[in-house]
Write a protein that binds this ligand. Sequence first.
Ligand code: SF4
Length: 342
Amino acid sequence: MEKTRLLGKTPAELKEIALAAGLPGFTGGQIAQWIYGKRVRSIAEMTNISKAGRERLEERYEVGVALPLDKAESVDGTCKYLFPVNGDPGNAVEAVMIPDGDRKTLCVSSQAGCKMGCKFCMTGRQGFHGSLSAADILSQFFGIDEAAELTNTVFMGMGEPLDNWEEVKRAIKVLTADWGFAWSPKRITLSTIGVLPNLKRFLDECKCHLAVSLHNPFPEERFALMPVQKAYPIQDVIALIRQYDFTGQRRVSFEYTMFAGHNDTPRHADALLRLLHGLECRVNLIRFHQIPDFPYGTSPQAAMEAFRDRLARGGVTATIRASRGEDIFAACGLLAGQHNHA
Ligand code: SF4
């Protein structure tokens, strides 16, 4: 019988599991402490639970931390890990640890492949192979060498996190709850292309930062890059965001990958300024990593700087994002692609 994974369960759910196994209710809190506080990887290690009790739990449950299949380290210290999905090594996802001064940020995946089909994205080209459970999302935090040193996370890896909101929300709960990692939501950023119904849930149900993949301010041009524009136009996404307060602790940023001559012109900068007018936000300008069979090239540095400066003159702060881990392809789904299709 396949065992149920305890990783990702709340103390209340663990209490129910304990009671059903004939153990006292407070054992649920003890199990949570072992998994999230002491980070044990087996029920056998939970030594304040009776041996008989542990054996009863082990009949049906396991902690369920998945360990990485592979690791690649960049010369700049960025580490990319490959994790199996639901125990299947043929269906791997990436987690990328990015060191920066005294910060260590983990970029996590929420789905194997992706349904959204963005034309410039290697993950989108791989098709969709399933959403990750909270246990598989959390394994990326527990299974890496730097697990105890992580300071921040971005849901910016493979997949669209708002196409898997319930499991992502459960993982965020573990990261932020007192009984979990007790992280401030300020340490967490969720990146989305703007799946509207779940974007509203995300904005209502947690306080994490938001990053929106924008890439082009003109509806027809954005649609050519991102099919999601048809169902959830960026204009509607920004109208929703305007209903929330981003003047305090919570921040919203917009991701803008720059394609030479296609979206890096003054006309685009001005349209972007009109779209974001009055919104407290920043724009991250991202250097495009060329992928096969894609018609647009990488914007020259001078064009990126001119775009950034034009936004600044219009009152929007924009930053050119430093590329990290290029030598291990950390910025696109290439390693997972190679692994899955090996
Ligand atoms: Fe999916 Fe994000 Fe790639 Fe679009 S950019 S296909 S949403 S992983």
